[in-house]
Design a protein around this ligand. Structure first.
Ligand code: MG
Length: 250
């Protein structure tokens, strides 16, 4: 069931979004060769707690950290570790949620560590742009399929692929609500978008095959062919005035 939010609830969600964004920004600034992914996780957790919020991911389904940190061929759900030291040329996806006043925010960004290859940069650029293509379709009266189609078309025109096994989602009092927001779809199909809906649009884009697999730790999700993957996400409110990105600084 899709839960519509009142404008008062959206104001609270904006606070959750702002904190989620701030935590992501702080962690992103710290991405450089020699830093461990656990250090990035600590930055995320400290920032969120300093803001009086709670890391949404910590303990969610048993997840052991405050951020998912997914390097290179890891698509999503990478577990931060003090043993994983970033190297020059890595691409580092950080996914962060914060919970405050009864609501969650959720956002992700892929950062370049030092100097990345032209191919890696192009993948990150295309994935980020595809997110904004999707956001542009997050308009009342459109359908979920319009968003997914816009993302997929942009990505596949550049010979990349969109991950099928994981999708975006509604956000609210729970981190994952209805509806599902796939990064593929058919225009005019799926749930109709209404003012008050809040969704996370989060393209996960692979250099090669769209297929992924989950490692033995039951979290770390990698590309099936070992090629790179990027991930960008914003939490969006559908409003009468168009899409509003809740995970933005003021
Ligand atoms: Mg999400």
């Amino acid at each position: 069931m899709v839960i519509l939010k009142t404008s008062r609830e959206l104001a609270k969600m904006r606070e959750a979004g702002r904190i989620s964004q701030g935590a992501l920004r702080e962690a992103g600034k710290a991405v450089e060769p020699g830093v461990s992914t656990l250090e990035l996780d600590t930055i995320v957790r400290s920032y969120i707690e300093r803001m009086g919020a709670v890391p949404s991911f910590l303990g969610y389904g048993g997840f052991p950290a405050s951020a998912c940190i997914s390097v290179n061929n890891v698509v999503i759900h990478g577990i931060p570790s003090k043993k994983q030291i970033l190297k020059n040329g890595d691409i580092v996806s950080i996914d962060v949620g914060a919970y405050i006043n009864g609501y969650h925010g959720d956002n992700a960004w892929t950062f370049a560590c030092g100097d990345v290859t032209r191919e890696a940069q192009a993948l990150m650029d295309a994935t980020r742009e595809s997110l904004f293509e999707g956001i542009s379709k997050a308009v009342a009266g459109n359908r979920i399929g319009d968003i997914g189609h816009a993302v997929q078309r942009y990505v596949e025109a550049r010979s990349y692929s969109v991950v099928r096994d994981y999708v975006g989602h509604g956000v609210g009092a729970r981190l994952h609500e209805d509806p599902s927001v796939p990064n593929y779809g058919t225009p005019g199909h799926g749930v109709r978008l209404l003012p008050g809906m809040v969704i996370a649009i989060e393209p996960m884009v692979n250099q090669g095959t769209h297929r992924v697999r989950v490692l033995k730790d039951k979290w770390t999700t990698v590309t099936a062919d070992g090629q790179l993957s990027a991930h960008f996400e914003h939490t969006i409110a559908i409003t009468p005035g168009g899409p509003v990105i809740l995970t933005m600084p003021d």
